[in-house]
Design a protein around this ligand. Sequence first.
Ligand SMILES: Cc1ncc(COP(=O)(O)O)c(C=O)c1O
Length: 408
Amino acid sequence: MTTLAVQPPRYPVEQVPESSLHAVFRAAQRWASLHHREPIALHIGEPAYDIPPAAVEAMSRALRAGSCSYTSAEGMPQLREALVAKLAGQRIDADVDRVFVTPGSCQGLMAIGAAVHTPGAGWLIPQVHWPIYRQQGMLNGYRVTGYPLGPGYRLDVAAIARAATPDTRVIVVNSPANPTGAIADAETLRDLLALARERDWLVVADEAYEDFAYDAPHVSLAAFEADVDPYDRRVFSAFTFSKSYAMTGCRVGYVVAPNDMYAGLLRKVQEGAIIAPPTPSQIGALAALDAQDAVRANVAMVRRSRDEVMPGLVAAGIIDAPPAGGWYALLNIASSGLAAEAFAARLLAERGVAVAPAAAFALPGDPSTEHVIRISMAGDRAQLAAGVDAIVQACHEWGADRTPERLS
Ligand SMILES: Cc1ncc(COP(=O)(O)O)c(C=O)c1O
């Protein structure tokens, strides 16, 4: 009798893994319905701050006025013009014809992957990564390979050069990074771009957390191509309104193509994939761009949360150093004597704290995340502090409890 396990998949998508983060969500929901209250949610990336009031106002006004028709596939010209000005401030040489407003940067990243795919091409992603990169690479038909990260999860260009395969066509770079919080410095990015040039790779720079840089400045990879002839450029950049402006559910982001040729490819993907990005969200995004005070306050809020909880975690040996940027931190809970999945399950069951085992952010079989969990620092500060206390205590108590058998 043939079993399902040995049958070749009928559709390539059957091979694409589901995001294992969903299992964490489901476990947290089960806990909530059992206990009639929400667990402390350190597993999700939803911010404690709100969308800027000016964005809400602009969207409400637009909807009341009936401004809800399609825009072009690239998005509203006024918004794209404002984005070109914003990008110029970070030394990215954009142009309205090369900026695409997208339903979240997630869709923008997917569209880039689809636009530049060639048969047999490889998609190179960080060994520890936002899991959507892997799904998108596979969904777009690439061969997905991971590149190892250096100490502190920082980019290591020599390791990238070794990890690449002859078919590598696209490398994905994420700084500040989810889930690691690492920020790539200018010299490393310059070296990476030189390698990409030498090997003729395209580069996708995911800058979702561009504003959340605490200990090091954020540098945009595309800034290094500002003086390069557009037809020699190779960096695509992806940005979002989700993080800096708390507009996660508005689904609005944008991507920048390096030149008109790639913009032409992207346009076709967007025509076929979305028709147009959502109009009310674009109107909200345009208003949000003027709310830079709100962005500064939002960044300060996450930074303060980070600064409040990190000393205790460093002192307990659960993290080596605070993450330099982003919303997340990876914690090593090996001192509890448990693997990350068991730790997360027990922490939820016994202490009502939901965290994500870091295997969800690694390629299959990567042993480096066996004792690592991810927490979000963007949520409510009191909940974060309570959750972190529970993690430190659990490591201490469960570690002290362990018998030689449990350790084996
Ligand atoms: C690294 C990274 N890139 C991109 C995104 C996508 O954000 P959105 O699609 O909401 O713009 C996320 C969201 O969690 C992220 O963590």
